[in-house]
Design a protein around this ligand. Structure first.
Ligand SMILES: Cc1cc2nc3c(=O)[nH]c(=O)nc-3n(C[C@H](O)[C@H](O)[C@H](O)COP(=O)(O)O)c2cc1C
Length: 223
């Protein structure tokens, strides 16, 4: 039986007056609304400490039963990035030329994506997010984690926001299938590759597709 944790006052909570709340929430929207996924990266280096702060920020995410079922592999090594590019392109080639449902091919066509992934070796960092399905206990038993996808999704959202806030661009990339990442990055089978966050500066000639976001009236219902 797990014992209950000791409780303490929530001293770090901060309250703002209404005007300040409005200003903060609007400024936050403006900041997030200028985030775009980039598919062409510069090889300009990025200070590793910035990445470390962003990964630590991701680790503040809430998680089912506080299991924190995530692990982030920050890849900076050029050989490892090239290996990931090679394996991802092989998988993607097979996917685009066979396994991909036509509906998927049609859905990504407007974005201009294909099986070529030069950004995987151009960008200074690939942050590979792993979802920990269960924990291996010292007793050799497996302890199941709870709400793994939800928890890792939230942590990844915080990571994307933190990198954006720091002045970096990202691409959420999901080669299909991604199992090869366990082997290349030597992660245990208890962990499932969740996605790759390509991270760096946009290339000088990077462009983004014109797309629209749902307006408030469409994205939310207030009852
Ligand atoms: C779970 C997930 C997987 C994605 N996988 C890919 C991908 O493999 N390749 C790609 O080019 N974009 C990928 N994207 C990026 C989306 O296409 C992009 O977020 C969407 O078009 C909206 O554009 P924005 O990020 O600029 O707002 C992915 C996004 C998410 C959330």
């Amino acid at each position: 039986m797990e014992t209950q944790l000791p409780q303490r006052p929530y001293a770090e909570f901060m309250e703002f007056d209404v005007q300040e709340m409005l200003a903060r929430s609007q400024a936050n929207f403006t900041e997030l609304n200028r985030r775009r996924s980039v598919r062409k990266f510069s090889d300009r280096p990025v200070d590793r400490q910035v990445i470390q702060w962003c990964v630590q920020s991701a680790g503040t995410a809430p998680s089912g039963a506080n299991r924190q079922p995530w692990h982030f592999v920050v890849v900076q090594d050029q050989n490892v990035k090239q290996r990931i590019q090679q394996l991802a392109e092989e998988e993607e080639y097979a996917f685009y030329h066979g396994a991909a449902p036509e509906t998927w091919v049609n859905a990504v066509r407007p974005l201009g994506t294909d099986e070529h992934k030069p950004f995987l070796s151009a960008a200074p960092y690939l942050i590979v997010v792993f979802a920990e399905r269960y924990q291996e206990l010292a007793s050799n038993e497996q302890q199941k984690n709870y709400y793994v996808s939800e928890s890792v999704g939230i942590a990844t959202g915080l990571l994307i926001q933190s990198l954006h806030h720091a002045g970096l661009a990202t691409l959420t990339h999901t080669p299909s299938p991604m199992k090869f990442l366990n082997q290349v990055l030597q992660r245990p089978s208890s962990e499932r590759p969740y996605l790759i966050l390509v991270t760096g500066y946009p290339a000088a000639d990077a462009t983004v597709p014109e797309l629209t976001r749902k307006p408030l009236a469409e994205l939310a219902t207030f009852v």
